[in-house]
Design a protein around this ligand. Structure first.
Ligand SMILES: [Zn+2]
Length: 364
């Protein structure tokens, strides 16, 4: 129910590929154990046969979601209905060392768990979103911090003190999972999701699954080079999209007039359009979801972005996909990280819970 969104015995039987009789038996056990509730009759029921809706009890397990980016750490807790029950944020100063970030990160998560009053054994795991090139096994990243240096940072080491199972990926993967499961790309099998914050990342979804490498996340759209003679980039090459359009190179408070800011945003939107068009020439889904620092300037960014996409794509007879700006949800990346944790860790958590119950019953 958590993973497939099934809301009835019939949906569950189809999603798990088991008989209706076996499903009824299993659900009866879960009802006895007070893990699921029966609700109202579903409106889409066929005439003559009514289907009772089922609901997973929201409090049977919780998931911590957290993300690190250039300027802040965020964390939240989701219940089994994927609702946020606690959350918070901590800003990162430009001179912070990985060590001080680690300390703040631990205390932020500790504070949020404490404020939620959820016992630790009800937390099924932590989902972690990280910037840069992420190794999913160790949850480590090679990333560029605001202080101006590349660092290797292992979130797995920082968060292991909570003694919870961990899952995670790049921040773009987390925010994209949010959009696919709870946001604007719900039910869209093919789309490109772009996140512009300190850097620029992209996730590609094809046939309902994300196209990610087995070890490394390869969504570094920001380091697509758009001008070989451009400015030096942090990656060591020149003229990457990052140098023209990332949050790293953009200080919205440095413009004296609104007109100057608008002109800069238009120029940035044009570069973003060229970068996206390069991607769309390779993979052409009907939807692009954009999140990050430009979303609050949608009225300026959107027309230039669409015009650039149209100019770049029409020469190849390619249509301009629908471009949607994601809703401004502060905790989006952290929520997405928690959703990833739910997907990867819930089943083994429930196995453990049921094993414990079985052994307690055995002793009685
Ligand atoms: Zn670069």
């Amino acid at each position: 129910m958590l993973l497939s969104g099934a809301k009835s015995r019939r949906d569950l039987a189809v999603s798990l590929g088991v008989s209706k009789a076996a499903m009824t038996q299993a659900i009866n056990r879960l009802l006895d154990m007070q893990m699921v509730d029966e609700g109202a009759f579903l409106s889409e029921s066929r005439p003559g046969r009514k289907t009772i809706s089922l609901r997973l009890r929201p409090g049977i397990a919780y998931f911590v979601g957290t993300d690190l980016e250039g300027s802040a750490i965020r964390a939240c807790i989701l219940d089994c209905e994927k609702k946020v029950v606690a959350g918070g944020k901590c800003a990162i100063g430009p001179q912070w060392s990985p060590k001080s970030i680690s300390g703040q990160w631990q205390s932020l998560i500790k504070k949020i768990i404490k404020s939620s009053c959820i016992p630790m054994d009800k937390i099924a795991g932590i989902g972690v979103g990280l910037p840069g090139v992420v190794s999913k096994e160790e949850l480590s990243t090679h990333t560029y911090l605001r202080g101006g240096e590349w660092v290797d940072f292992c979130a797995g080491d920082v968060l292991k003190k909570f003694k919870l199972k961990m899952a995670g990926g790049n921040n773009v993967a987390c925010i994209s999972e949010y959009e696919r499961q709870l946001g604007i790309a719900k039910l869209a099998p093919d789309f490109v999701s772009v996140l512009v914050r300190y850097g620029i990342g992209a996730s590609i979804y094809c046939n309902g699954t994300v196209a990610v490498g087995t070890k490394m996340f390869t969504g570094e759209l920001g380091h697509m080079r758009v001008n070989m003679k451009g400015e030096d980039c942090i990656c060591g090459r020149r003229g990457c999209l990052d140098t023209f359009a990332s949050g790293r190179t953009f200080d919205e408070n440095s413009f004296k007039t609104q007109k100057a800011l608008n002109r800069e945003l238009e120029k940035r939107s044009q570069y973003l359009g060229v970068g996206l068009a390069n991607l769309l020439k390779l993979f052409h889904p009907p939807l692009i979801v954009l999140n990050g620092i430009y979303n609050k300037y949608e009225n300026i960014v959107r027309p230039v972005l669409l015009k650039t996409l149209s100019e770049e794509l029409e020469v190849l007879n390619l249509e301009v996909p629908e471009v949607v700006f994601g809703e401004p949800v502060e905790m989006k990346t952290s929520i997405g990280a928690a959703v990833l944790a739910a997907e990867q860790l819930f089943e083994s958590y429930m196995d453990d819970v049921l094993d414990v119950r079985k052994s307690v019953r055995g002793r009685q």
